[in-house]
Design a protein around this ligand. Structure first.
Ligand code: CO
Length: 135
């Protein structure tokens, strides 16, 4: 069901320092910071040949990554995102298997303008999993 690894997201306490590490330290193709107010994050996209790394920093009140950063002040890996071709079918199958889709259980529009859902880490080896519908 899952396809390509779309991205790995890392929450960072300092976006400029994170971008600097990936750009100058690791020599990667790194975007300028992008504010995503609807997602409550500012993100820097690191474009690798086979996938992306997204550096996330809280933006505004009630950011979904603020508590994670409070618990992990040096930052840390936040989630992995796998591509699916039919997100409604994926939700139906996984909830039938007993997995928990976070929020209202319905897809929302994610950082790339495509439908996404998140699966509870308790059901996925302690890892927060994002599914993104990519046609
Ligand atoms: Co993501």
């Amino acid at each position: 069901m899952i396809g390509k690894l779309n991205h790995v997201a890392i929450v960072v306490p300092d976006l400029a320092a994170g971008a600097q590490l990936y750009r100058n330290g690791f020599g990667a193709d790194v975007s300028e910071p992008v504010d995503l107010p609807d997602q409550g994050v500012t993100t820097v996209f690191v474009n690798l040949p086979n996938t992306k790394i997204e550096l996330l920093h809280p933006l505004g009140e009630g950011s979904p990554v603020a508590k994670f950063l409070a618990n992990n002040p040096r930052g840390g890996m936040h989630h992995v995102c796998y591509e699916v071709t039919d997100i409604e079918a994926a939700i139906e199958k996984l909830t039938a298997d007993g997995m928990t889709v976070l929020g209202d259980g319905k897809p929302s529009i994610g950082a790339h303008g495509l439908p996404v859902v998140f699966l509870h880490p308790k059901d996925a080896l302690g890892t927060l999993v994002e599914l993104e519908e990519v046609a």
